[in-house]
Design a protein around this ligand. Sequence first.
Ligand SMILES: *Cc1c(COP(=O)(O)O)cnc(C)c1O
Length: 492
Amino acid sequence: MIRYKSTRGGDESKRSTEAIIQGIAADKGLFVPETIPALPFKPEQKTATPYHYSAFHILKSFLPDFTDEELKRCIEGAYDSRFEAAEIAPLVKAGSAYFLELYHGRTAAFKDMALSILPYLLTTAMNKEKEEKKVVILTATSGDTGKAALEGFSDVPGTEIVVFYPKDGVSQVQERQMLTQSGKNTHVFAIRGNFDDAQAGVKKIFNDEAFAAKLAAKGYRLSSANSINIGRLAPQIVYYVYAYIKLLELGAVETGAPMNVVIPTGNFGNILAAYYAKRMGLPVRRLICASNRNKILTDFIRTGVYDANRDFYVTNSPSMDILISSNLERLLYHLSGDSAGETAALMAKLEESRKYCVTGKIREGLKDFYGGFAGVEETNETIGKLYQDEKYLVDTHTAVAYKVYEDYLKETGDGTPAVIASTASPYKFADSVAKSIGLQTDADEFENIRLLHEHTGVAVPDALKNLEGREIRHSGVVDVGGMADAVSGSLE
Ligand SMILES: *Cc1c(COP(=O)(O)O)cnc(C)c1O
């Protein structure tokens, strides 16, 4: 049975259920599986419900402490008719690639793929571990995680959820989605700072033992819905296997032949899931890591130097406006040959000087990755071109990925069928998308959703309809230093 240990080595190993409840390891490392399981079935195997089938078998191998019945209940509860696409994640060919549309869930973002199931996994784990405290989900968001986590945890018994987002770092639609969230146990705060500040603030609260003791006395314990939680990461592996099944069905690849994956990357969770899929034996040739102007990962993959001493840019793909990608720590760990010592040393350097350099095995392992980036102009041009040539509408993040893929094709000539992780509905970033396809508009984002729909006929997700008419239920704004107080205040 797979157990989980910390990337920094300090903790004894944990059951998957314990790791999900805890979120982050006591030594500040991230939980990683002691071994990576092999694919439990052959992708060419036929089944009527490939998404649910893949989800069951993959989750079973990563979360062996759950019974079959429990996993089935979690999967059925998460991937149900609240997804607006019956196949859950449609694979659509456009231009030179296949777009894996991961945004048909409850909040129109790819975060729904994992955050629809995390509350089920967490509450099941709490039952199994006889956890008596109420779990407080603490989440920093660059826009999409917050809403998806709020929606997933809204009124889930035994939980409270507190979300922090950067005041000027999310789109109008994203902000309104969060501020109108219902549910007695939901709490939302804007912080005066950027996403890295929000994430650092949340990590600080996690590491504050006195604060944890104070909460414990009141009957609470903290956990995380960010992709540092293994309960979020494991469900993300599923759709890469699913995409391969679809490519086989379409006849785009022969059994066993490779695919490439292209992933618009922020916190490195999505691409890490693809890496796990590859390690499980899924035929993935290259993992193409796409960044926006905040191209720290491009530089890292190309040079082996991770240097966060650089300017931070606010772009029109805000979910990728990140300089410290948490999940990279897990990759470093695995590439180093599961060396907690080496990983801990690199993370200490990052904390000390915001910079580290990798050599040897890690550098070698990075060759499976390709890093590229696209600026705001190129992103918008790509949206325009895809719409004009293919009548296919993509959001800003997906456009970054497609542009990087085009660059990759030019540079390498590698025509392996490529799957682009399509991470948000174009309507979530309606301003940029409307302008990019040539609509002249100074309207606000809500009006642009209507305009965009009128012009393209692409269906507006239910989650984004009539947003401006909904009641605003949250209004807190705090300084980074006031985050802990905001949490305690929410639990009174
Ligand atoms: C979260 C997010 C990303 C980045 O995913 P990571 O797993 O953090 O790398 C990309 N695009 C969108 C739209 C997102 O919401």
